[in-house]
Design a protein around this ligand. Structure first.
Ligand SMILES: C[S@@+](CC[C@H](N)C(=O)[O-])C[C@H]1O[C@@H](n2cnc3c(N)ncnc32)[C@H](O)[C@@H]1O
Length: 346
């Protein structure tokens, strides 16, 4: 915590450590420390694959028995266990120029499944999330893994408590689409743009932003796969007003988890000051990426052709790949891929 430099998320002035809190001398706000974690976000938010009581139990058990044991006892769903523990999920990190001089900001760090393997490669990782339980878990995981180059904070992507030009790489892995939940009265895209502007501000000149995210118009959704965020079929494909009405009717909640088309993502990045460095089609998706094709017609078509030739493929996979290859050959860009990886430069 101490090696990290903070700036006030409200006025951007520098912050001093006074006793058990951080203090902004300009606007006189105190930001408390909870279990040594700075608290810059005052909305009581909980995001999780398990409920809050289970998460609290898991954290307490991790303190005495270790985080792996706590996960095996508290989480009974093997998919979730694997999602939390499997560091292969961070395979995409080799696409970034990470070395012992790099300073990384992992926004929406979740369980730290990317934070931990990144920390082994770089100088320092700052891991923030808007859910305190997640930040506490990542800090425990870092300590137990013997990684002293990780700082954590409870902070929002839209008001980063760090000075301008303080990171070389900023990560949003599966995060941008959830930010609309911060204020469901606002347009989710405006909130996402605000987060991208903040990422741009805290990046050093030439720094990179990395985004892993689903495509609103994924072929899989057209074929009836349940939406990855609303868990209801076809919602991302609907006009927003219709998705909102339908989701509200089905769940009572607002539909804020907006993903976008390839061209809208490109626009958003360009309009927040970024220039394209690299774009990929992660296979089978960005959450568990195994292979990475360049996000252009020849990259995608070549990769899908090699998949189609794999004899172990089932009929459904064969059909999906063949249709996606045909669509990509026709439209030429990758508009129907399931997810994207964007690496853009400041
Ligand atoms: C799908 S999880 C992704 C976790 C992690 N990046 C990964 O790839 O495993 C989305 C994360 O974004 C966090 N999040 C949501 N809104 C946020 C905000 N306004 N600021 C920071 N993090 C936020 C959630 O708490 C959650 O941990």
């Amino acid at each position: 915590m101490t090696s990290q430099i903070y700036s006030c998320p409200v006025c951007r002035e520098s912050i001093q450590i006074i006793g058990k809190s951080l203090h902004c001398t300009s606007c006189s706000i105190n930001f408390p420390l909870v279990e040594n974690i700075p608290i810059f976000y005052n909305i009581d938010n909980y995001y999780g694959e398990i409920n809050r009581e289970q998460m609290t139990e898991l954290i307490e058990m991790a303190k005495t028995s270790g985080y792996q044991k706590a996960i095996s006892v508290v989480i009974d769903n093997p998919w979730v266990q694997n999602y939390v523990l499997d560091e292969n999920r961070a395979k995409w990190t080799h696409l970034l120029p990470l070395d012992s001089n790099t300073k990384v900001l992992d926004i929406g760090c979740g369980w730290g499944t990317n934070t931990i393997p990144i920390a082994r490669k770089v100088k320092h990782v700052t891991a923030i999330d808007a859910t305190l339980e997640r930040v506490k878990f990542v800090q425990l995981r870092a300590d137990e893994s013997g990684l002293s180059n990780i700082s954590t904070a409870l902070a929002s992507a839209m008001a980063l408590p760090y000075p301008s030009a303080s990171f070389d790489v900023v990560i949003f892995n599966g995060v941008l689409e959830w930010l609309g939940g911060d204020d469901t009265k606002k347009n989710p895209k405006d909130i996402q743009m605000q987060a991208l502007k903040e990422a741009h501000r805290v990046l050093a000149p030439g720094g990179l932003v990395y985004i892993g995210i689903e495509n609103r118009f994924s072929l899989r959704y057209f074929l009836g796969q349940v939406d990855d965020h609303s868990f209801i079929r076809f919602t991302s494909l609907m006009p927003r007003w219709m998705a909102q009405a339908y989701f509200k009717l089905r769940t009572g909640n607002d539909y804020f988890m907006h993903t976008h088309s390839l061209s809208v993502y490109r626009h958003m990045l360009k309009n927040t000051g970024f220039a394209m460095e690299n774009e990929y089609h992660p296979w089978p998706n960005y959450r568990y990426p195994v292979e990475f094709a360049k996000l252009n017609k020849s990259g995608i078509v070549k990769h899908l052709s090699s998949k189609i030739n794999e004899l172990s493929f089932g009929a459904r996979q064969w059909f999906y790949c063949t249709l996606l290859r045909w669509l990509t050959s026709w439209e030429g860009k990758g508009f129907f891929c399931h997810s994207f990886l964007f690496i853009y430069k400041k």
